[in-house]
Design a protein around this ligand. Structure first.
Ligand SMILES: Cc1cc2nc3c(=O)[nH]c(=O)nc-3n(C[C@H](O)[C@H](O)[C@H](O)COP(=O)(O)OP(=O)(O)OC[C@H]3O[C@@H](n4cnc5c(N)ncnc54)[C@H](O)[C@@H]3O)c2cc1C
Length: 434
């Protein structure tokens, strides 16, 4: 890469015509995971060129083997992908989910949520994580307004009055009017910008892998809430199911070390002999779980999105769904700023994003954190509360529909309206005719 502290000439490729006021220094997104890729695609589609950096080499990201890991993408997130024209590529590899069956093993309480009770769209979709990322990556590589630099790591940040200068691990530097941190839980951007982080260790580890079933399954997620942690079965094909199995960390390590045959037997014991599932496939992997929430989404000329801003407990499958709402809101704020000729890195623009997103992030973080604390134990008072709570939601139809709509990501998030992209309205950075 060649670059100067002044501009962002990159890899010998000219940047496309810019509509940003600070046209010579387009925003730089650090992190080409799901969030960074989607943000780049949303901004580019609005007519705003961006530079995207990711630490991983391109081949490594594109060539990932099947590991069985998958995401539950809720309807709200799917609508954003659809508005951005990405859903036609994803739909063939996504499995519709029409319901969620929850069973609290401690209290014996059960509840079934049905998407058809609120409309004619599925709850969401089960999709393999690697297919989602590689589809977004291929789409980003094809867009002329996205200048992508794989195998590029940000290591430092220098502030100047009207710009930031990023130091890269290869010794080059890059100037930008706005730095967008989508670099995950260990975000370098968040640390370099001095944004504090609240963090807990759950002392739980999530095991992820897939199982091949003997019979076709119904299109529903099953979530078993157990004292050690939840165990979720997410359909990702007619006879393929992705497992997220949360255990106390020591036991999770022992299960992983014992190998797939033992893991299959242990899973079968958890599910009960009435449901013979077949075999473990994919690559069983352990993810130590921490909950973390950044104190702010923004710092001068910096904004965070996705896991860089919030790392959630997986109990409610909300992590990236929340990240998609960040992307949709941030892209909308920046497109409006560009349409009005505003500096995208100015405090008033960034504050609009902070105000819009902070409530939703805090609420969703606290919801997942509290659900895990409430359900992952064997205490009698907690069991009574769980049983009463699930029973109440089940009996009150309007409350149940509300819970379903919020879970699907269709309700307005706390602190603001649903972003345009989640309502099917494309963004444009072009100024409205006078
Ligand atoms: C067990 C488990 C189950 C989950 N299930 C669900 C679910 O069902 N539904 C759901 O919505 N969410 C789920 N999540 C959450 C979801 O996986 C995350 O929210 C999502 O993957 C975050 O994406 P991201 O792009 O923000 O971060 P990441 O995926 O961490 O991507 C960060 C990117 O930044 C790059 N990077 C990092 N540092 C640098 C640097 N210094 N310079 C350049 N690049 C850098 C990395 O290479 C990476 O590509 C689950 C999480 C876990 C652990």
């Amino acid at each position: 890469m060649t670059s100067t502290p002044e501009g962002c000439t990159t890899a010998g490729r000219l940047l496309p015509a810019a509509t940003w006021p600070a046209a010579d220094r387009p925003p730089v997104i650090v992190g080409g995971g799901h969030t960074g890729l989607l943000l780049a695609l949303a901004l580019e589609q609005a007519g705003l060129p961006v530079v995207l950096l990711d630490r991983e080499p391109l081949e490594a990201t594109l060539a990932t083997d099947f590991d069985g890991r998958a995401l539950g993408l809720m309807q709200g997130a799917c609508r954003v992908l659809e508005t951005l024209g990405l859903w036609s590529e994803l739909a063939p590899v996504a499995t519709p989910i029409w319901g969620v069956d929850v069973e609290d093993r401690g209290s014996g309480a059960r509840i079934a949520y049905d998407a058809r009770s609120v409309g004619d769209a599925p709850f969401g979709y089960g999709i393999e994580t690697r297919l989602l990322r590689s589809t977004l990556l291929r789409a980003a590589l094809a867009r002329p307004g996205i200048t992508f630099h794989p195998a590029t790591v940000v290591t430092g940040l220098r502030r100047q009055p009207d710009r930031l200068v990023l130091a890269l691990a290869d010794g080059h530097s890059l100037a930008t009017s706005l730095l967008l941190g989508a670099d995950g839980r260990a975000s370098a951007v968040r640390a370099l910008a001095g944004i504090p982080l609240r963090r807990y260790d759950y002392r739980q580890t999530a095991l992820t892998f897939a199982v091949r079933l003997r019979r076709p399954q119904s299109p529903r997620v099953r979530e078993l809430l157990r004292p050690a942690g939840p165990l979720a079965l997410l359909p990702i094909g007619p006879q393929l199911c992705s497992i997220t199995w949360i255990e106390q960390t020591e036991l999770a390590k022992a299960l992983l070390a014992a190998g797939p045959v033992h893991l299959a037997a242990a899973l079968q014991a958890e599910l009960g002999s009435a449901e013979p599932f077949g075999e473990v496939v994919g690559r069983p992997t352990g993810h130590p779980l921490q909950g973390q929430l950044a104190a702010r989404y923004i710092a001068p000329r910096v904004a965070l999105a996705g896991d860089a801003a919030h790392g959630l407990h997986p109990i409610h499958a909300q992590g990236w769904n929340l990240g998609v709402r960040d992307v949709a809101a941030l892209a909308e704020v920046l497109a409006e700023a560009a349409a009005h000729g505003q500096d995208p890195g100015s405090p008033e623009v960034l504050l609009r994003y902070q105000r819009w997103r902070a409530g939703d992030a805090a609420l969703t973080f606290n919801l997942t954190d509290n659900l895990n604390r409430l359900f992952s134990n064997d205490l009698e008072p907690a069991k009574l509360l769980r049983s009463a709570g699930l029973g109440l939601v089940d009996r009150l139809a309007p409350l149940k529909r509300l819970v379903i709509r919020q879970g699907m990501g269709l309700g307005a998030p706390l602190g603001g309206r649903l972003p345009k992209l989640a309502q099917g309205q494309p963004l444009t950075a072009r100024a409205a005719p006078a």
